[in-house]
Design a protein around this ligand. Structure first.
Ligand SMILES: C[S@@+](CC[C@H](N)C(=O)[O-])C[C@H]1O[C@@H](n2cnc3c(N)ncnc32)[C@H](O)[C@@H]1O
Length: 259
């Protein structure tokens, strides 16, 4: 490659930025930010209501083109199950997966747990429907677990259930801090007295958001929202032995009741 070519390549890489695409950086991302701004500042929607529409739109596109789910993506969810076992989960434990997506955790968790101990909750009905289909294809009957579709951060649809474990993997990394705080406050009443709420965050030295739906928080910010929701919180360094090496900035935090 000539010097001229390599300079041009470097210029292109610089133009793409962290979006890795010029179209995404200068068209999709700004458009999505504008859509979020209009929804939350003009139409009066909450962030979660906006994100719910976004997730359903993406799911509907992927359903239309019948996009296959990669086996590696499904297999990677095993680490979440292994981690909860490491934290004391037993077959009789009651587990809520908050932000279950296409139920890839359920695929590995339902066979381990006693029947009706796994509740999978998400704001996107289309993603959950897809997940139920995937589990059925793997021979897991829907009567062995429950799904709940949430409409906003209050999670009111969960009713009176209480859980020994609540896992929210890669969910709080996709909402702004005030929405994370609202979700924590809501989840408090669903956590059993000695239960553990396990949440991953993307952590950085300074608050960062590269687009409308990806957020990095500082340890101090996480401590602040935990205190506001009246939770004790502690980073779980043992997650480093489980997490994927590609999830560089992802950290695991355990929230428990103060007494
Ligand atoms: C990146 S996916 C992760 C899915 C799953 N936890 C996993 O590891 O396979 C994030 C999921 O969180 C859901 N989600 C986002 N905000 C939520 C909220 N406030 N309550 C429940 N689910 C939410 C999204 O719809 C999406 O399915």
């Amino acid at each position: 490659m000539s010097n001229k070519d390599s300079l041009f390549q470097r210029f292109l890489t610089w133009l793409r930025g962290d979006s890795k695409s010029i179209k995404s950086r200068f068209f999709h991302r700004p458009l999505e930010r504008l859509d979020l701004f209009v929804s939350t500042n003009i139409k009066g929607e909450t962030y979660t209501e906006w994100y719910r529409r976004r997730m359903n739109r993406m799911a509907s596109i992927s359903n239309k083109v019948n996009k296959p789910v990669s086996q590696r993506y499904l297999d990677n969810a095993k680490i979440q199950v292994e981690y909860m076992k490491h934290k004391g989960m037993m077959p009789a434990s009651k587990v809520l997966e908050y932000g279950c997506g296409i139920l890839r955790v359920g695929l590995h968790l339902v066979p381990y747990l006693e029947d009706n101990k796994y509740v999978a909750a998400d704001i996107s009905d289309l993603r959950v429907e897809k997940g139920v289909r995937i589990l059925k294809e793997q021979g897991i009957d829907p009567s062995r677990y429950s799904t709940v579709i949430l409409t906003d951060a209050t999670a009111k649809e969960l009713g009176d259930d209480q859980f020994d474990f609540i896992m929210a993997h890669d969910v709080f990394a996709h909402m702004p801090l005030d929405e994370c705080e609202s979700c924590l406050v809501s989840l408090k009443k669903y956590l059993a007295k000695d239960g553990q709420l396990l949440v991953t965050f993307d952590v950085s030295d300074k608050p960062t958001s590269t687009n409308a739906k990806d957020y990095w928080f500082t340890q101090d910010q996480i401590a602040r929202i935990a205190a506001a929701a009246n939770f004790l919180v502690e980073e779980q360094l043992d997650w480093m032995d489980f997490k994927l090496p590609t999830q560089e900035t992802q950290r695991m935090f355990r929230f428990v009741h103060p007494d």
